[in-house]
Design a protein around this ligand. Structure first.
Ligand code: NCD
Length: 358
């Protein structure tokens, strides 16, 4: 394992290996653990706001004995002088051993992988993927529900722009779950995700309310309506309060073992009166980011050797100058990329941002 760009590129064995490594590292003697990556340098470059992801990567790095450099405010870097992402990545590669990057552009991580030989970890690229969040989500499901197989999960909120949901549903389809996508029509789950689920023969339901399915589900995965990703603010205004759950909506109405998760930050979609309810696992979930990111850093850097089988590619990559991604937020419109697409039997998809190319 070297680069961790998207869940779509990982095998189930690689995912399980990260979860198991996280558990081991979490239980390891602190002094021994601090020697694992002693003196290695992690560069953390964040072009988009973050609290949990950045701080837990940093905490994970310190616990492994690494030094951390980087920026969390691109306005204080040469990006404001007009430096390209390509050049930024090339430069950062000269100063460190592993790069952790969050970017607001879809496909930025896949592009970065092409311009550096250092291990690169995607800490979220636009509305595309967020693999480290998914791994900590899976870790939480396993810790709290005993295993990940055959779970019934309801995703609620901004399913169009929510990269955590995109990555998590891509992962959970390897564990034979059943999904409920609950959102207003304008922010429902993108078609390219549904096509992947169809291909994997996963059962799913598209709904606009959660009330009737509360008794059936194992996990309610709540998400924030992501104001910053809407092109039209009026569209955001229409859906911003689509779902707000509180104790009275949940207690006595759900399966008693159900858990509530949320990648956080929350705005008003989960009332604080639920925080002390036995169902609420979102703060534990965020805490699980530290062991998961320790595992990611040590496996990506090769300090811990990966033995897991890689994913078999079931697609072909095509390259020609007529391939143009229609997603205006895709990295292909901002950097000098190649004209590449992934050809599958149910359509062609952008190599960088995964959106369907018509
Ligand atoms: C999420 C993200 O950045 O995609 N947050 C996180 O990393 N924990 C979700 C969000 O911002 O709503």
């Amino acid at each position: 394992m070297r680069n961790i760009i998207g869940i779509k590129e990982m095998s189930k064995k690689e995912i399980i290996e990260i979860l198991d490594t996280a558990k081991k590292l979490d239980c390891m003697n602190e002094n021994k653990r601090r020697k694992l990556m002693d003196g290695k340098i992690i560069t953390s470059i964040f072009f988009e706001p973050s609290t949990r992801t950045r701080l837990s990567f940093t905490s994970a790095a310190y616990k492994l004995g690494c030094h951390v450099l980087g920026f969390d405010n691109p306005n204080m870097s040469s990006v404001v002088k007009g430096e390209s992402l390509r050049d930024t990545i090339i430069m950062v590669s000269a100063y460190s051993d592993v790069i952790v990057m969050r970017h607001y552009i879809d496909g930025a991580a896949k592009f970065a992988e092409e311009v550096t030989s250092l291990p690169i970890i995607n800490a979220g690229d636009g509305a595309n993927e967020h693999p480290s969040q998914t791994l900590l989500d899976l870790y939480t499901i396993r810790e709290e529900l005993g295993n990940i197989e055959n779970k019934k999960i309801a995703f609620i909120g901004d399913l169009k722009y929510g990269r955590t949901v995109h990555s998590l549903s891509n992962a959970l389809k390897m564990f034979n779950g059943e999904f409920y996508f609950i959102a207003p029509e304008s922010i429902q789950i993108p078609n390219h995700i549904l096509k992947e689920l169809d291909k994997a023969k996963i059962k799913y339901h598209l709904l606009d309310d959660y009330k009737n399915i509360l008794k059936d589900i194992d996990c309610l995965y709540m998400t924030r309506i992501q104001r910053e990703r809407f092109d039209n603010i009026n569209e955001y205004e229409k859906v911003k309060h689509a779902f707000r759950i509180s104790k009275k909506d949940i207690e006595g109405k759900c399966n008693e073992n159900m858990i509530i998760m949320h990648p956080l930050p929350r705005v008003d979609e989960i009332n604080i009166d639920l925080d002390n309810a036995k169902y609420a696992k979102y703060f534990i979930q965020a805490k699980n980011g530290v062991p998961i990111r320790m595992a990611m850093l040590s496996l990506a850097s090769g300090i811990i050797k990966s033995n897991a089988k890689k994913k078999k590619t079931d697609y072909q990559i095509i390259e020609n100058k007529n391939i143009v991604c229609q997603n205006k937020k895709c990295v292909t419109h901002f950097e000098e990329t190649k004209n590449k697409a992934i050809k599958k039997d149910y359509g062609n998809f952008c190599y960088y941002c995964n959106k369907e190319i018509k």
